[in-house]
Write a protein that binds this ligand. Structure first.
Ligand code: UDP
Length: 240
């Protein structure tokens, strides 16, 4: 690790959508995609920036879809959070294999598996150059991993929240369904909320607005893009 800053950020949070990890296979974790995402994260971690991660679980279980099938919502959401822990452990393994020191902290304590979430300890890990992976969302049902990302970004005093997803920014409509959709370069928090652009849920957006933390949305499926976007290059949308 070096201390040389190559970008205007001192500490950032990257949220990786669960669906990114499934690659093209439609469910679970695709090992090739997992390793590629880890390599892109390692490239950034090695610049010396303080980095923490949150991960989603949409590639394993979404509480809402199970609830629509008749399961009690809270129970389904706890299953979703356990899926997130699996993703976090997979990402930890992939990062450590290529020489990035990490710690997983879970919002649902599970001592045999990882550390519990302790804010001051997470900060200390980052100061020591370790990448902290926050798992199990916020540990409460009826929330999403986007809200968890926003909450941790605020708690960790991050300079920005990067949302690495499978789309390269925020569009006027879903680009997978509407060919005429166009991408925004910049957006205001209020505009995202007023137009219901669904880039992150409303509670995550308003938490970032209240704490003046910019959100950068980009595609983490494109190799090398995370490092580029961090330098203000590459295709992305900034919400500030
Ligand atoms: N979840 C939850 N509380 C949280 C975070 C997540 O209950 O704080 C559950 C919820 O069921 C959610 C699932 O975990 O559907 C997976 O997270 P999410 O759908 O946000 O993942 P992503 O869309 O980022 O892959």
């Amino acid at each position: 690790m070096t201390d040389a800053p190559v970008q205007p950020y001192r500490r950032i949070l990257l949220k990786v959508s669960g669906e990114v990890l499934m690659g093209d296979q439609g469910f679970g974790i695709d090992p090739k995609t997992l390793n590629e995402v880890a390599e892109d994260i390692a490239e950034v971690a090695k610049t010396g920036i303080e980095l923490c991660l949150t991960i989603g679980g949409g590639n394993i279980f979404r509480g809402l879809s199970l609830a629509q099938g008749g399961m009690e919502r809270a129970q389904a959401d706890y299953m979703g959070m356990l899926g997130i822990v699996m993703n976090a452990l997979a990402l930890q393994a992939a990062l450590e294999k290529i020489g990035v020191y990490t710690r997983v902290q879970s919002a649902i304590p599970m001592d045999a598996v990882c550390e519990p979430y302790i804010r001051r300890r997470a900060l200390r890990h980052m100061q020591k150059g370790r990448v902290v992976i926050f798992a199990a969302g916020i540990g409460q049902p009826f929330f999403t991993s986007d809200t968890a990302a926003a909450l941790r970004a605020a708690e960790m005093n991050c300079d920005a929240l990067f949302k690495g997803t499978s789309v390269d920014g925020v569009y006027t409509a879903d680009p997978k369904k509407d060919a005429s959709a166009t991408r925004y370069d910049k957006l205001g928090y209020q505009e995202v909320l007023a137009r219901d652009l669904r880039v992150m849920d409303a509670s995550a957006i308003s938490l970032m607005r209240d704490n003046k933390i910019p959100i950068v949305v980009f595609s983490i499926r494109e190799r090398g893009n995370f490092a580029k976007v961090l330098k203000g290059e590459g295709v992305h949308t900034t919400i500030a």
